[in-house]
Ligand binder design. Structure first.
Ligand code: SF4
Length: 437
């Protein structure tokens, strides 16, 4: 009987894609996937290091997973937290047998062999050539898929641990990405999200991100193309033109701003100003009518004054974001921001966070109420968490709950938005369906 592997994934979409890659690697070596830790010989936790509480959650979860570890079984930590802490994690969590960073997955079969024989092993070397090009990811069959096009990051934002956990930026060859997308379309996937830490700085030595968008958009049968996350300063005219002229590219951009204050942006080493950021938004709005924006914002970054924070609040209004992910600054050992002076107290950060969330929600709510009654094309993605409804998404990234059977997953429909909670929508399907796949 083949050995079975259970992988639990935390963090960003890149980690979701990496877990699919690890499954691909291990299935090639004769492992089978387990959906329940109780059924597995190998338990892997794919981790995030971006925030301290994410790491604490993983440590707690390792304690729970220990109960499922069989005799001769392996409990491993992989991903960014594994890379950040390295072999120290083996000392910190005694039942952990294996620690492997994002560039070491190719060695997993061999390392698992050693761990099964009783060794405690780690691999946290950076391999700037590593793209896992020859490894076909094992994915759940689904109408949407993530495709990694770039690994690592060459920026040095002072709050961010990613350059230390994922190493330098490298891009896959355009032809390889297009081949992977064609393979997905052949399996009935019709929406693809291109992934990279600064995805629009993609360059494979010959082709830039504009070329990649145009080439991916030409794959027959691909109806929707998304990407995340772009870096604001890397939106060239070529990229904006390619977005506007590639029908598959959806009218939504997740554009992390982090702060509305130029002084804070400078301390964060973000390489744009508030003014440049807003200019990029204007250029995108002009080129792509109806485009929507979401963003990431950090509050309580070291040195953030009340006046700086008010700049962030005013940016929320001025940028007119459709949605925003808000975070309190989290100290990450190993990042330059640790050494910055004037750390903001927890109380001040919490109160700013509450004000920011109010502003973001208020803006999103106002915009979403105005959308009720509109007609949109949606792709039915998956069952909703509650009830017998299905979850669908507009091209502009609004989530719509629909009263459709599960057999509708993968279908495109025209729907009228009939109501909103302020963040998600209810909708009714207009007949006939645009296309049934
Ligand atoms: S661009 Fe900045 S925030 Fe994004 S991964 Fe790179 S260093 Fe981190």
């Amino acid at each position: 009987m083949s050995r079975r592997v259970y992988i639990e994934t935390y963090g960003c979409q890149m980690n979701v894609a990496d877990s699919e890659l690890m499954l691909g690697l291990l299935c090639r070596e004769g492992y089978a996937r387990a959906d329940d830790p109780a059924d597995a010989d190998v338990l892997l936790v794919n981790t995030c290091a971006v925030r301290d509480n994410a790491e604490q959650r993983v440590i707690g979860r390792m304690g729970e997973l220990q109960r499922y570890k069989r005799k001769g079984g392996v409990l491993g930590v992989v991903g960014c937290m594994a890379q950040r802490l390295g072999p120290a994690l083996l000392a910190q969590v005694p039942r952990v047998d294996l620690v492997v960073g994002p560039d070491g997955y190719r060695n997993l079969p061999e390392l698992l062999g050693l761990a099964q024989a009783g060794d405690r092993v780690s691999d946290t070397e950076f391999r700037s050539w590593e793209h896992y090009e020859d490894v076909p990811p094992v994915r759940e069959k689904a109408p949407t898929a993530f495709v990694t096009v770039q690994r690592g990051c060459d920026y040095r934002c002072t709050f961010c641990i990613v350059p230390r956990t994922r190493g330098p930026e490298r891009s896959r060859k355009l032809a390889d990405v297009v081949r992977e997308i064609s393979g997905l379309v052949a399996q009935d996937t019709t929406e693809v999200t291109l992934l990279g830490q600064t995805v629009n700085s993609y360059h494979d030595g010959e082709h830039d991100f504009a070329d990649l968008l145009r080439a991916a958009g030409q794959v027959e049968g691909l109806r929707r193309l998304r990407f995340t996350s772009p870096y604001p300063a890397d939106f060239t005219t070529r990229v904006i033109e390619a977005m506007a002229r590639t029908p598959a590219v959806c009218e939504h951009v997740h554009l992390p701003v982090q702060s509305g204050s130029n002084a804070v942006l400078k301390r964060m080493l973000r390489r744009y100003t508030r003014e440049r950021y807003l200019e990029v938004m204007r250029e995108l709005r002009q080129a792509i009518p109806g485009i929507t924006f979401s963003t990431d914002i950090i509050v309580g970054f070291p040195g953030e004054t009340e006046a700086d924070f008010e700049q962030t609040l005013s940016l929320v209004t001025e940028a007119d974001f459709d949605d925003a992910y808000t975070f309190k600054y989290s100290v990450r050992e190993g990042t330059p921001a640790v050494r910055l002076r004037d750390h903001v107290s927890e109380d001040v950060a919490s109160s700013r966070m509450a004000r920011l969330v109010d502003a973001v929600r208020g803006n999103a709510r106002r915009k979403n109420i105005a959308r009720v009654g509109q007609i949109h094309e949606v792709l039915v993605e998956r069952p909703a968490k509650r009830g017998d409804l299905q979850l669908a998404r507009t091209r502009t990234n609004q989530l719509v709950l629909l009263d459709l059977p599960a057999s509708a997953i993968g279908e495109y429909h025209r729907v009228r938005l009939t109501g909103t909670t302020g963040s998600t929508f209810t909708g009714s399907v207009l007949l006939p369906a645009l296309a049934v796949l």
